[in-house]
Design a protein around this ligand. Structure first.
Ligand code: C2O
Ligand code: CU
Length: 474
């Protein structure tokens, strides 16, 4: 059963309310929000995409981008955009060291581009905003998977359209699986991707889109469903948390006070596991955790809570129902997970200033809005650079989640405070709260050259030109 109610969710917007168009403010005050009977529906697990062919040199996958429907709230068909008819898209399970070729066919009336977020890929397969697939056409993306195993995700990146396209459904999880795992972390059915995002479903069951419409996005979806539940056995599970929301930051904890053991971050496993009671996940960040349910009796219900949620639907986002008793659990969490990165001395230091031009309503990087014909930074392949990313905005207090394509970087410090172990490496997206300075160390050690974007992953901001580009030269 579905209830509707009016909710004033101004708190969710914070300072950014000042930057909202009037329509949005009206919605904020008077718009309807849906609520769902919580935890009535099983968590959907996106299907794993089977290769359409397996060749000696590559696995071939096919994705068709098109319109479709999804049951986001029980009993209601909502029109969405899909990969292969699925919302969110199917999970791609790539093998480390095996090339994946993804053939994308565009059945939409508008353009699309596919980006593998966190992927170390040749420039022509990066899904550059201008390298779009026209309606009715196909394009093949080559992903070498010669990087650390980890939790990546794929999503639309068409110029100025990415925010709406991702919001409407164009995202999915992409896992690179260890070729020869040196660990026995929970796997198979006990390794579960949780793609989190929010959504605004309007009175007529439509997915309502509006740039900066975050205040109306009153439902949190886990793998495309609002407030689902997952039956778990008394054993360990690996959960791949992916923040696929346009604008929402999640602050997660377990209602029984149990700890998460974080084993990985954006680009793969951490050097060592880290115990955390609460996990903050900014847009596009990933955190890979192990949760142990073996100490919970059958019948226990444990809610994955988003502490900052402004309503029940955004606060209690998923429930684990412990059931079926103990299960033999061969998994373990080793004390060493991955090699620590080699620290190299930077040869170039850059200052990257983030700001908001209130008069023009645009976001700026070093005073400029995105121009796909401009190269902002020329970077020498193989070099190490120190970037000082400064969020200058203290007036509107707009946060930014900055993402660099192509490599995994180290986060050194934030306002001089050294990055915590769980945030230090490997990262491709970093939180830059208003008024703060974050320093990252980036080694461009991949074999590829060419143009790659660097942008904010509050993806409405990137659609509104908060993007720059680097050119990697030999
Ligand atoms: Cu996840 Cu350029 O993006
Ligand atoms: Cu931003």
């Amino acid at each position: 059963m579905i209830n509707r109610r009016n909710a004033l969710t101004l708190g969710a917007v914070g300072g950014a309310a000042l930057a909202l168009p009037t329509e949005s403010l009206m919605n904020l005050a008077f718009g309807p929000t849906w609520t769902v009977d919580p935890f009535t529906r099983a968590l959907p697990i996106p299907q794993a995409l089977r290769p359409s062919a397996t060749r000696i040199d590559a696995d071939i996958y096919r994705l068709t981008v098109g319109e479709g429907t999804a049951e986001i709230v029980p009993g209601v068909r909502t029109r969405v955009l899909t990969y292969n008819g699925q919302f969110p898209g199917p999970t791609i399970l790539a093998q480390q060291g095996r090339t994946a070729k993804v053939v994308v066919t565009n059945s939409l009336p508008s353009t699309t581009a596919l980006h593998l977020h966190g992927g170390n890929v040749p420039a022509e397969s990066d899904g550059h905003p201008m390298a779009v697939i026209e309606p009715g056409r196909s394009r093949t993306y080559t992903y070498p998977n010669l990087q650390r195993a980890g939790t990546l995700w794929y999503h639309d990146h068409a110029h100025h359209m990415e925010a709406e396209n991702v919001y409407r459904g164009l995202s999915g999880v992409y896992l690179i699986e260890d070729a020869r795992p040196t660990h026995r972390l929970p796997s198979g059915a006990h390794d579960i991707p949780l793609l989190l995002r929010d959504a605004d479903i309007s009175r007529d069951g439509e997915l309502h889109w509006q740039v900066f419409g975050q205040a109306g996005r009153s439902l949190v979806l886990v793998n495309g469903a609002a407030q689902p539940r997952l039956a778990v056995r008394r054993r360990r599970y690996r959960l791949r948390l992916v923040n696929g929301a346009n604008e929402r930051t999640f602050k997660l904890r377990l209602s029984n006070g149990a700890e998460f053991v974080q084993v990985g971050s954006d680009g793969g496993l951490l050097p060592r596991p880290v115990r955390r009671g609460e996990i903050t996940l900014w847009p596009a960040e990933r955190v890979d955790v192990v949760v142990d349910f073996s100490g919970s009796a059958d019948g226990t219900q444990i809610v994955l809570e988003n502490v900052d949620g402004e309503s029940d639907a955004t606060r209690r986002i998923l429930r684990f129902d412990v059931t079926g008793g103990h299960e033999f659990d061969p998994s373990s969490i080793p004390s060493t997970l991955a090699a620590a990165p080699t620290v190299r001395t930077p040869t170039v230091t850059r200052r990257v200033e983030l700001s908001f031009d209130a008069l023009a309503g645009t976001f700026l990087i070093n005073g400029k809005s995105y121009d796909p014909n401009r190269i902002d930074f020329t970077v020498k392949r193989g070099s190490t650079e120190l970037w000082e990313i400064v969020n200058l905005d203290t007036q509107f207090e707009i946060p930014h989640s900055m993402h660099l394509h192509q490599i995994q970087f180290r986060v050194l410090d934030r306002d001089g405070v050294p990055a915590a172990e769980w945030e230090a490496y490997p990262k491709d997206t970093v939180a830059v709260p208003p008024g703060t300075t974050v320093r990252i160390l980036a080694t461009f050690d991949s074999p590829y050259t060419g143009i790659y974007p660097f942008h904010c992953h509050f993806i409405d901001h990137s659609s509104l030109a908060m993007m720059a580009q680097i050119k990697i030269v030999p």
